[in-house]
Each structure stands twice: as C-alpha cells, then as structure tokens.
Design a binder for this molecule. Structure first.
Ligand code: IVH
Length: 693
C-alpha cells in the first residue's frame, strides 16, 4: 500500500472513494445485520487510513466521509426515535503514547497547570449501546444508536431485560433523563444460546456482541425476553436538570437508581493513572465473564467535559484505548480451497488447534492466492494467528525463525469440485486482472450449488428458517434439492423426512410451514435471492421498483441478455446501476440453464409487485439534489425519503433540477443552482415540505 505521504491527489481521491464504499458496506454488516465480515482491528485500520488521507488532503473530504458518520442508518423494521442528544462515538487510542497525547490535549485545551487531571477508566464493554428514556422515573422509551441521531425503537424489547429498571429506584433523578449504556451477553450465555440455535437449525452468531445486537433487534419481544441479555449503564443523553458534578458521581447515582455499573471502573489521575488503569484492565480481562475490547478514559469533572465539548462525531473529553488483537502461534497444516456462490474460490488455512483469546481456532481465511504469495505461506510453517474481538481469525504472517515449510505453496489451477474446471482469474470491466479466481462450473459445481442455496434461504433473501447448511447438505445428498424451486417441492418428501430419525414431527411441520410462508415473496427479495453477481439488496430494490412486476423484469432481462440496446439503456437509466450490474445480469440471463432455473422457480411462487413511490406528494416527479452537510438526516435517509415520496435524486445540478437542498459547507452546486435560478431549500425547509408525505 502506498504511504499516505506519497499519494498523488488522484490516487487519494480514488482511495477515499473506495474506502468510503468499503467502510459503508462494513457498517451495514456490523450495525444493521449483526454479521460483520472483518475483524475490528482491520476495520479500525481502514478508518485510520481514511483519516490519514483526509488530513493530508482536507479538500477531498467527502460529504459522506466515514469520519463524519457514526454507525449505519437504522433498519426500517423499527420505528425511528430521535435521540434527545445525539449518541456519538469515541475516538480510538492504541498505545501509551496515544493515551499521553489524550491527556496533553485535554490540558492544552483547558489551559491547565501542573495539577494532574482526574479521569475515570471504565471497561469498554463489547455490546451495543442503548439509550433509555425515563420520565418522572418511569421507562417510556428505548432506542438503539442507529446513525447516532436517529435510532431504532426497541422499547418493547428493552422492557424484557431484567437488569433495566422499569421505574428508577431512590431519588434525585432528573424529571427527564436518557440513560445510556451497553446491552451485552455473557460468555456462557452466548455459548449456550448458539448451541441451542445450532441444534434447532437456526442462525448462530459469530460473537457475543453480534448475538446481543441480534437478540435486541428482534421484531418479536418474546424472542428478546428468552435471551439472557444484560446491561451496564455508563452515560446519559438528554437530562432536564444536572444530577452530578463528576462522571464518578454520575456512575454512583446510576447505581443508586437501580442500574448495574461496571465494578472494574476506577477513578485515576494523570498519565500514570491512565497507563496503570490500562495494565490492570488487561490483567483482569481473561477473568471477566463478558467481552471487553479496551478501556474508556473520561475526564471526570463534568464542567470540564462541557468545556471540552466535541469535535465532529466524538468528544474531546473521552477516548477508547483499544486492546491489540490477540495473537498466537501455530502450525499451518494444510490449505483447502472453498468455492463460493459465484464460483469465487477462497483459500482456507487448516491449523493445528490453538487457543486465541479463549477460543480454539482450527481454520482461518487466507483471502486469496496473492495474499498467500505475499506472505510466502508454506504448508508446515509456524504462523502467527490473530483474533481481534471477533471469531474470524487472520493469519498475520510466518514466524521466520522457526523451521520453514519445504516448498512454496502452489495455488491449484483447477477447482476441487468434481467438474475440475480450470480456475480463471477475474478481470474488471476495463480488463485489469483482480485477485479473485473463479470456478466456471456454476450450478453443476456442487460447492456452488450449496453456496447458492445458502444464499437463497438466507435472512435477507427468502429467509427460510430451519433450512441451515446441515439440512441443505443432507437434502442435496439425497437428491431432493438441486435448484431453489426444489425447496418449494420439499413437501412432497414429507413422508421420507418423517422416516429419518433426525427429524421429529414438529421440526418437519415447522420447516414445511416456513417454506410455505415464503411462497409469496416481494419482487425485490426474489431478485436478490437469485444471487446474481453484483446484485445486492439495494440494487435488487432499485430493479424491482424500476420494472414493477416479475413479468416485466424477466422480459427486460431476456432482452438485456440479447444485448438489446433499448433494454440495456433502460437498465442503465435506473439509479445507481452501472456496467458491472448490466454485465452480470446479461451474462446470467444469457445462460439457458439459469433461465430454466428462474422459470421453474417463478412457477412455484407468487411474486408481489414492487411498492411504487408515492405520486401525490409535494415532491413527486421532481428532481432533487442534496448538497453540503445534512444535520438531521443522513444522505442515505434523505435520498430514501425523497424517493419514497416519488422524487428523483440526482448528484449534480442541471437545468433538469427542480430543487436543491443545501446544508452547511455547500459549494459549487449552490452556485450553479443560483445561476440557473433553481429553488434552494435548507434541510429544515425540506423536512417541512415533505412532512406528512
Ligand atoms: S461512553 C460519546 N463508556 O463504545 C460516547 N462507551 O466508541 C460516549 N462503550 O458507543 C460513550 N463501554 O457503545 C462509553 N464505559 C463505556 C463504554 C462505551 C462501551 C461503547 C459504546 C460507545 C462506543 C464508543
């Protein structure tokens, strides 16, 4: 990777664009789906690189920069709740030097003399933050963080948590207070919950944090109630009156009102105090029954916190000192090749079992052939393994002073599937080679078949509970499942299913009921479920809205496959759809086999037309451009809202633009709007205009 100091402006722009997309995708997986795909440490590295490039090229800071955002926009399954005071994030510190710099910055800002500053050092609980509003001591509302400004209403779920008082105890609480803290799961509860889910063929979670988030964000509070979620209070948002003079006093007050506070919290002073508290927490960590991923330092005096205030999305008065990823050494015993849904192959390290951070690790992803070559990994090498607050471990590199494996690893030239197809390196639209290698066997490759079916039944696609990997493998082996349509014919196998000793009557009934419930499906989920490359959830929604009904969608895809210029133009004109999607759709529908699979599936289903944006609103049919920083809405929310109300959102101002919504920092677009005489609204005026729409 090029050193930030050596990047040209064009490279920096390119990288910031890529980082923004990559980080946004990870945010969605982490915050909304509770299923991250990279380690926290790798995520922090991406964010740090983004910030470093931005500080060298401040004029390139994007309006939607990851450094200006907390979390991901909330899920639409829950009602929105506007926090009385935004729920912000903390900046990270990674070393003793960073901690000392934090202290120095606090002192500089407050212009303090020699006197050491008092801080609290609290364990950084690895769960999800939650804000609980009490009025006159009674719990009235609870919300997740969401994008920091607007969270998800999880009141009914939070009421089921035994550790959250429904009514505050004691006295002295403000008439209105948003109590904030972390919802989490203990280690033992997490293991028991996953074991039970696995046995029932339901989804399991990678770590306690995701399990806690997934358990709290349930539509049915009965499910939340059955999960042993716990809560530590450590902060507050809106308050109608002050109730403490220091963070320490505030923690004691929260405790007196009936909350649990972390017993490992300390009050300390000066840099020595910060460093010692970190060492103590590191030593305590293995004995704790819940996950922590660092220490949170906070200036103790609340009047000082007030003066220090915030910079963009994080306070100056606090910082999160993160633990480094946990590492261990082990032997690389073999490298297996896994084939994904689209045929992309991923090398997986098979390791001599080793414990890292309390978990026995036997596999780790090696990403791709280039990574193996770059690290010169050889079978038989002693490697360093790393886990960072998650379950997907990484191979960091080879231990050079141990005996090395005898030969360099040669990446297989053919797929390990029975078809043994040559693996081809994928190229981008411009012809450049990428790191991805692919098997071209498609549905005939049993690995791809399984991966395809797994995608099809997954939560965001057809969401068929009870049809996990184990069941899919068993049904494929018996020859009952080949393509998605076969799932909807499994009821014909009821008798055989009941005969096998592993399926009881209730589980067979539940499975078949779950399948029946999905026979009627919205068009966007159907499109997403097909698992076509580059057609993710958002693109599927755009396509569903664009074509409206399944018949129109399929007719258009046939024409796209035949390279009909009008059909390609129609697809291209849909918002956010570019060459990658067009190419992927064209090559998918050009395959007779795929057309057959889709037709067969359509025959089994009732596919609902896409919900169309409204036509009778103040902005229906208008073209809107958002520019500058929005303060009450995220860009994505603003865009989704406008589109729901029938407007078209564009990225640039032209004669076709009807409205420009400008926030602080709006630049050239505002000027163009003025030149063209286009109406310009503030964010508040926009909200007034669309309210009730
Ligand atoms: S105080 C302005 N205290 O860490 C933010 N946060 O990166 C004030 N967290 O969103 C947050 N333990 O989910 C605070 N003792 C603690 C914490 C804690 C865990 C989480 C929380 C927050 C994130 C900040």
């Amino acid at each position: 990777m090029t050193d930030v100091a050596h990047l040209t402006e064009a490279q920096a722009l390119d990288e910031l664009t890529r980082l923004a997309d990559e980080i946004a995708a990870h945010d969605i997986r982490y915050y909304r789906e509770d299923a991250p795909t990279i380690s926290d440490a790798d995520y922090d590295t991406l964010k740090r690189r983004n910030s470093e490039i931005e500080s060298r090229f401040p004029h390139l800071v994007r309006e939607n920069s990851p450094s200006l955002r907390v979390g991901a926009a909330r899920s639409e399954q829950f009602a929105p709740v506007e926090h009385g005071v935004p729920m912000l994030s903390l900046d990270n510190a990674f070393s003793d030097e960073d901690a000392a710099e934090f202290d120095a910055r606090v002192r500089r800002f407050l212009r303090l003399g020699e006197e050491p500053v008092a801080y609290t050092a609290e364990p950084k609980i690895d769960g999800l933050s939650c804000s609980i509003r009490y009025e006159n001591g009674v719990l009235v509302q609870a919300a997740t963080r969401g994008d920091g400004r607007i969270g998800e209403d999880v009141t009914a779920n939070v009421r089921t948590l035994a550790e959250i008082p429904k009514r505050l105890a004691g006295s002295g609480w403000p008439q209105v207070i948003e109590v904030r803290g972390e919802v989490y799961l203990g280690h033992e509860e997490f293991i028991a919950m996953n074991a039970a889910a696995e046995a029932a063929g339901q989804r399991t979670y990678a770590n306690p944090r995701n399990a806690a988030a997934g358990s709290l964000r349930q539509i049915d509070p009965k499910i939340t109630a059955a999960r042993p979620l716990r809560f530590f209070a450590y902060a507050w948002g809106l308050i109608s009156a002050p109730f403490a003079e220091s963070q320490w006093e505030a923690l004691q007050a929260l405790k007196a009102w009936g909350f649990r506070i972390t017993p490992q919290s300390r009050r300390i002073a000066g840099v020595e105090g910060l460093l010692e508290a970190y060492r103590l927490m590191e030593a305590e960590r293995p004995k704790l029954v819940f996950d922590i991923d660092g220490v949170v330092y906070k200036v103790d005096r609340l009047d000082w916190q007030q003066r220090l205030g915030f910079v963009s999305r994080a306070p100056r008065w606090g910082v999160a000192r993160k633990f480094p990823a946990e590492q261990a050494r082990t032997i690389l015993e073999a490298i297996d090749i896994q084939v994904g849904r689209t045929g992309a192959v991923t090398p997986v390290a098979r390791l001599q079992p080793v414990t890292v951070g309390g978990v026995v690790v036997v596999n780790a992803t090696l990403h791709n052939a280039d990574e193996i070559a770059r690290k010169d990994l050889r079978i038989g090498d002693t490697v360093i393994l790393q886990r960072a607050g998650d379950v997907i471990p990484q191979v960091v590199g080879v231990v050079a002073d141990e005996p090395r494996g005898p030969e360099p690893y040669v990446f297989p030239s053919h797929c390990p599937c029975p078809l043994h197809t040559p693996l081809v390196r994928e190229t981008t639209a411009s012809g450049a080679e990428t790191v991805v290698r692919r098997c071209s066997g498609e549905f005939a490759c049993p690995f791809q078949k399984l991966a395809h079916l797994r995608h099809f039944v997954s939560r965001r696609a057809f969401d068929i509970e009870g049809l996990g990997e184990k069941q899919l493998v068993a049904f494929i082996e018996r020859g009952w499942l080949n393509t998605p349509a076969d799932i909807f014919r499994l009821h014909e196998k009821r008798a055989e299913l009941l005969e096998t000793e592993r399926y009881g009557e209730t589980s067979v009934r539940n499975l078949l009921d779950n399948i029946e419930a999905r026979r009627t499906i919205p068009l966007d989920r159907f499109i997403y479920g097909l698992g076509i490359r580059h057609i993710g959830e958002t693109t599927a929604v755009v396509m569903a809205r664009g074509y409206g009904a399944v018949g129109d969608f399929l007719a258009a895809m046939d024409k796209v496959a035949d390279r009909d210029p009008a059909a390609i133009e129609e697809l291209d004109n849909l918002d956010q759809i570019g060459t990658a999607v067009i190419e992927a759709a064209a090559s998918y529908f050009a395959e007779d086999h795929n057309r057959g699979v889709v037709q067969d599936l359509v025959g089994e289903l009732t596919i609902l037309d896409a919900e169309q944006p409204k036509q009778d609103t103040a902005v229906a049919g208008k073209t809107v451009v958002f520019t500058g920083a929005l303060e009450k809405l995220t860009r994505d929310e603003a865009k989704a809202q406008a589109e729901r109300l029938g407007a078209k959102v564009s990225g640039s101002v032209s004669k076709k633009t009807d409205l420009v919504v400008a926030g602080p920092g709006a630049g050239s677009k505002l000027k163009t709007a003025a030149e063209l005489g286009i109406q310009v609204l503030t964010e508040d005026e926009w909200l007034d205009l669309v309210r009730g729409g």
